[in-house]
Write a protein that binds this ligand. Structure first.
Ligand SMILES: [Zn+2]
Length: 218
């Protein structure tokens, strides 16, 4: 029995929207030195499996395909990271009320053309729905779902709910703020939220300690 594609790796997914989770596949994204988590084509497949856009069977099939065509897999990984950066830049700009750069639109639209070329409408149990046409062996297959998620979010009312973690050390993760009053500030209250709280506590304590010290001196 072969082990699961994702068994060795546990990824943190905020599960707001697929395109935002994909944008978060670099840590410390808003800092000077982001940490790349898509370090191989296999990692990209593993992430896609965990994000739910590939079945176990599809993931294994792509890994086999990548093993047979390593150069193509490397090129797809490079393209995935370029698309990831464009999606990150677009939604980070939107989160701060700024206009995204033209070059990022160009990258996203190239991915959308590719996605549309593989899309078709087909009957489903309840009517009709989108499905991917053909090529089970296409190494860039997960990117079609990601590009469509980005297009869906950009053209939806939820766009105004996109936010970016307020962590001042450069976490930079993007999220969908589903709080009633749009007050979410952190990617994760238990992570960056706690760190900020601990830091504020430390600062307050330091200031009050200094005050006590100053009081002793005078
Ligand atoms: Zn954060």
């Amino acid at each position: 029995m072969s082990k699961s594609v994702t068994s060795a790796i546990t990824r943190k997914l905020l599960r707001g929207r697929l395109c935002l989770d994909f944008a978060n596949t670099a840590d410390w994204h808003a800092s000077d030195q982001p940490e790349e988590r898509l370090t191989s084509y296999a990692e990209f497949v593993s992430w896609s499996r965990q994000a739910g856009i590939l079945t176990e069977k599809q993931a294994k099939r792509l890994l086999r395909q990548a093993a047979d065509h390593p150069e193509e897999a490397t090129a797809v990984l490079k393209w995935a990271i370029a698309l990831r950066e464009a999606i990150y830049e677009i939604f980070a700009a939107v989160a701060h009320g700024q206009a995204p750069q033209a070059t990022d639109w160009t990258t996203l639209n190239a991915a959308l053309s590719e996605m549309l070329a593989h899309s078709q409408i087909a009957p489903t149990e309840n009517g009709f729905g989108w499905q991917w046409a053909g090529d089970e062996d296409a190494l860039d297959r997960p990117l079609w779902s990601i590009a469509r998620s980005a297009a869906d979010l950009l053209t939806s009312d939820e766009l105004q709910r996109v936010g970016q973690c307020a962590d001042d050390r450069g976490c930079g993760w993007l999220f969908l703020d589903t709080s009633r009053n749009h007050t979410r500030r952190w990617c994760d209250i238990k992570d960056c939220g706690n760190r900020a709280k601990a830091h504020r506590h430390y600062e307050r304590k330091r200031v009050s300690d200094l005050g006590v010290l100053a009081g002793q001196v005078t």
